[in-house]
Design a protein around this ligand. Structure first.
Ligand code: 4AD
Length: 458
């Protein structure tokens, strides 16, 4: 148990869930609000971040330090309080702490503390990434985020996958889009720190493939970096990606894995993060819970790219970006497909090779690759993956076509030289998953410290 000044501190979550009525407990947290009543007590809502709901403290003005300290209990003040837990007769809470002793740990200046009682816009709160987790919305986001991390590891570990820490500093451009951040030593004077150019990884996939072709079923889950100039509500320069990679698995097996994975995350979140979801359903995105519940049972439709193009062309929709075979799907196309045509999640497969990275397995038609993207209504692409090209010759031909530097990838080609095998994998954008599960609109609101072009607050 955590402790301070010889007292053990009970997390508010434990108090609210275990309800140890008529017991003395000590809690510590930050003041949300204070209301002074005429009856000689002050009501303080105290939150310690462990639970979405605060604990109501009832502090009598007769306590020794009340005269001095009660008026100082402004929002944001940190507080230690000991008292008896009793049923509450007030509205809105089942129990309250009848405080017998309290002390301010750290004051908070009401003139300058930015997180006041009234609701602030998400945009305003983005200027305070260090304080916004104290609000209900962001506290909820980050509790959910933590639980999802655990569930992701649990999903793979329970299915016999091994976790591989793929490198952050790499020589490869996995996605081939040239959206790399360069890594340099501080005192570098023209010489490369590693003797050759290095970058922050855009995906752990290439390095992970080596482990799939040794340990069978593996996954990585780490930060990835993209220097793309996308100013959208779905793009970050630093985001987290979970990437499973499996030997002896084809595209359809991979789709099955992605479906099972999504269902696992949905169903565990609906149970574990119920209170947070109810909060988002009420304040952020009406109908969220119903939508998520329906998604668990919804069939995931699979559509080849060619069919998608046909559907879009036949739709007669006035798309801003014209549609023809070979174009990359834009948000407007994805939304039409998922929201109006399929009315649910859809795996689009077999994309033209020109709009996909070099490593995807070429189909017998010589034009398309065994790619799969999972598109969701409202959110668009959340997963991107493929069966990988396992034939050395075909892979080298593709790399030559793309004028890639073969020497940089000698080790990747080795995997096709020695015991190559069909294998597949995908990447799920963790923050996009959080947008989907919270109903929030802006990806900057689901990562603790967002990094986007021209913006870095903390
Ligand atoms: O489709 P992507 O680029 O796939 C890969 O990187 C593969 N190497 C993964 C693999 O097969 N192992 O990215 C995967 C997912 C996207 O579907 C999207 O959810 C997310 O990563 N993503 C981003 N999320 C936030 N900000 C960005 N700039 C993102 N770019 C991609």
């Amino acid at each position: 148990m955590l402790g301070l000044f010889g007292k053990s501190i009970t997390p508010i979550k434990e108090v609210l869930e275990a309800k140890p009525l008529n017991k003395m407990v000590t809690v510590a947290g930050w003041v949300r609000t204070r209301r002074d009543s005429k009856a000689g007590v002050s009501f303080v809502e105290l939150s310690d971040g462990s639970h979405i709901r605060p604990l109501q403290l009832v502090i009598p003005i007769t306590l020794e330090n009340s005269g001095r300290d009660l008026p100082r209990l402004h929002p944001g003040t940190s507080l230690l309080a000991t008292g008896l837990l009793i049923p509450s007769i007030g509205k809105g809470q089942e129990l309250e702490l009848q405080v017998e002793e309290f002390g301010i740990l750290g004051p908070s200046d009401p003139e300058s503390y930015p997180i006041q009682k009234k609701r602030h816009s998400f945009e305003f709160l983005r200027s305070y990434p260090h304080l916004r987790p104290r609000t209900n919305t962001f506290g909820s986001v980050f509790r959910m985020r933590s639980r999802l991390f655990f569930q992701i590891h649990r999903f793979f570990q329970e299915r016999g996958f091994y976790y591989i820490s793929t490198p952050i500093i790499t020589q490869s451009d996995c996605e081939g889009a040239g959206e790399l951040f360069r890594v340099k030593g501080q005192s570098e004077s023209g010489e490369e720190f590693f003797g050759r150019p290095t970058y922050l990884t855009v995906s752990g996939q290439l390095e992970l493939e080596a482990f799939a072709l040794s340990l069978g079923k593996v996954y990585t889950f780490g930060p990835t970096f993209r220097a793309e100039n996308s100013f959208t509500t779905r793009h970050l320069s630093e985001f987290w990606m979970v990437e499973p990679e499996v030997a002896f698995l084809d595209l359809y097996g991979l789709i099955g894995l992605a479906e099972e994975f999504m269902r696992h995350l949905l169903s565990t979140t609906l149970i574990e993060s119920r209170e947070e979801l109810e909060f988002f359903d009420r304040w952020v995105s009406a109908g969220l819970i119903k939508g998520l519940e329906e998604s668990i049972n919804k069939e995931f439709v699979i559509m080849p790219y060619e069919e998608v193009i046909r559907v879009l062309c036949e739709s007669k929709e006035p798309f801003q970006y014209p549609v023809h075979w070979g174009v990359d799907l834009k948000t407007e196309h994805e939304r039409y497909l998922t929201e109006r045509y399929v009315k649910g999640p859809v795996f689009v497969i077999d994309y033209p090779k020109e709009i996909k990275p070099f490593y995807m397995k070429l189909n017998p038609d010589g034009k398309t690759v065994r790619a799969m993207d999972l598109l969701l209504p409202r959110w668009g692409e959340i997963i991107g993956g493929s069966q990988r090209e396992e034939e050395l010759r075909t892979l080298m031909e593709r790399m030559e076509e793309l004028k890639m530097d073969m020497d940089r990838y000698w080790w990747y080609l080795d995997l096709r030289r020695y015991g190559s095998a069909p294998h597949s994998g995908f990447g799920l954008g963790f923050e996009r998953l959080l947008l989907y599960l919270t109903g929030l609109n802006n990806i900057r609101d689901v990562i603790p410290y967002p990094r986007t072009p021209n913006t870095i607050v903390v």
